[in-house]
Design a protein around this ligand. Structure first.
Ligand code: FAD
Length: 458
């Protein structure tokens, strides 16, 4: 007998899950995507005549799932790495180069930290106390900010770790779970009295990586989605098909769209968590827990300039802007320095981010106001004289799930709710077990495996 499986959501998690499911003999699979395009938060469009990412532009190779998928799709020879890894942070209006020896913003070498002038001499000495302070691990559920503040002091937390880790998650590190957001830091601090010693021991134990830490594609991250979609092109994929509800009757799960209802044996729900909450209204405990996951919004403005109009040499991948600087911009990626193929010799591309957890000012501005405000801020820092040659605004609303302390237990409870009230329904995607592209790919694969195991029990 053929089993029916519906995958809801055509982002990277849903597409990965669908690819695994649809190739199984004896399984009829359909993917339903609300919008007119596939890829979700991965989107590459032309800017100054070349493909430039509107969202993710690279993924990490320290976990295997991204690279593994690229290898399966025959994409490994198209992977490229950023041209530079140097970066800057804005401190009291002045750009300071990040010192050597940083691990996720945590300084493991105190002399370069002192020389960087990112923190005061007293704050650098306070960071060194980490070597001598007694073990003060407070137990599970510590925030990233809590961990850094207790081991290294407030300035390290606010001028280095929050700008860096916070910009990856659009979050406030005082409210992000340390074990889930920065497992490397949490493990080092838990296994050692000193965070710095723990990080140094980790570095000694793991051999120097052969591959670059981050990789992207010459044609942008959209190349991954395009190749993934081509690999399932014969399959039943329906765009412009928003799912409105998912329910369970005695024998089946039922997926409702505006036009029809589809009875099926299993569902992989790969939408953002806030959408999943809405679709699972018939399973109140899971819906309530899902809607308790907070999300942050980001506006990303891509700006093109004439190279001759910018005085700064842009010798790095970009700059981070701590909250304390009081600007609307949170980070500026010097896109064409990081990826030189993004622009020709005469032009420069910057990607300016605004918005993060607790800061919704960018949402209140229309596109013109947003661009004008960010341009004034960036022009001031980088000494830009000329006008914009081209610009575009990409708004990512409720795009960044915030993993509050205890998020893993919340997800486990949601999964329990679903096993008891919606058996056969599995979750995948950024809302649950990692927001990076590799983590979403892994969740797509795991949800497909769980689905196939479940089908065997029917
Ligand atoms: C600006 C930005 C920059 C980023 N940079 C990086 C980076 O450099 N590196 C990195 O690794 N990660 C990065 N990320 C994170 C990463 O891109 C995302 O976490 C990941 O792509 C999310 O994939 P997903 O499949 O879980 O969800 P999504 O991409 O959100 O896909 C979910 C899909 O579900 C669809 N959907 C929603 N509701 C319904 C419904 N009712 N019915 C049917 N379909 C529905 C949506 O339309 C969407 O296509 C970035 C994210 C953003 C926003």
């Amino acid at each position: 007998m053929t089993s029916q499986v519906v995958v809801v959501g055509g982002g990277i998690a849903g597409l990965t899950a669908f690819r695994q499911i649809q190739k199984q003999p004896g399984v009829d699979a359909v993917l339903l995507e609300a919008s007119s395009r596939l890829g979700g938060k991965i989107r590459t469009t032309n800017f100054l005549g070349r493909p430039v990412d509107e969202g993710a532009d690279a993924f990490i190779t320290r976990v295997p799932w991204g690279i593994e998928l690229c290898t399966e799709l025959g994409l490994d020879s198209f992977l490229i790495s950023p041209a530079t890894s140097t970066a800057y942070v804005l401190v009291d209006g002045v750009l300071r180069k990040l010192p050597e020896g940083l691990v996720l913003g945590v300084p493991t070498k105190l002399l370069p930290l002192l020389r960087s002038r990112i923190v005061s001499p007293l704050a650098a000495i306070r960071a060194g106390f980490d070597h001598f302070l007694p073990d003060d691990w407070p137990g599970d559920d510590e925030s990233v900010g809590g961990l850094i503040r207790r081991r290294m002091g407030d300035q390290i937390a606010e001028r280095l770790v929050d700008p860096l880790v916070g910009s990856i998650n659009a979050g406030d590190t005082d409210h992000l779970d340390a074990a889930l957001t920065t497992p490397q830091l949490e493990t080092a601090a838990r296994q050692n009295r000193s965070l710095i010693t723990g990080l140094k021991e980790q570095a000694k134990a793991s051999p120097k990586p052969q591959t670059p830490v981050f990789v992207g594609f010459e044609n942008g991250m959209g190349q991954l989605v395009e190749t993934l979609v081509n690999s399932v092109s014969e399959a039943d994929i329906r765009t412009n098909t928003p799912v409105t509800a998912i329910t369970r009757d005695t024998d089946n799960l039922v997926v409702w769209t505006q036009q029809a209802s589809i009875k099926c044996d299993a569902v992989i729900l790969a939408t953002p968590a806030h959408q999943a909450a809405h679709l699972l209204a018939s399973c109140q405990p899971a819906a309530d827990r899902l809607s308790s996951i907070e999300h942050a919004s980001v506006a990303l403005v891509t700006m093109g300039f004439k190279r001759s109009d910018i005085s700064h040499s842009l010798d790095g991948s970009g700059m981070l802007i701590p909250r304390g600087e009081g600007l609307l911009a949170t980070a500026v990626s010097w896109g064409s320095s990081k990826w030189p193929h993004w622009a020709d010799e005469e032009h420069v591309i910057l990607r300016v981010s605004a918005g993060r957890a607790g800061d919704t000012r960018a949402l209140a501005l229309d596109d013109n106001e947003l661009v004008e405000t960010l341009l004034t801020e960036v022009a001031n820092i980088l000494e830009i004289q000329g006008d914009l040659v081209e610009w575009r605004v990409s708004r990512w609303i409720d795009a960044f799930p915030q993993y509050a302390p205890g998020h893993d237990r919340l997800v486990a409870a949601i999964e329990r709710d679903l096993r008891s009230d919606m058996s056969g329904l599995f979750l995948a995607g950024a809302g649950y077990k990692g927001i990076g592209i590799p983590a979403c790919i892994n969740q797509g694969n795991q949800s497909a495996e769980a689905t196939l195991d479940y089908l065997k029990t029917l």
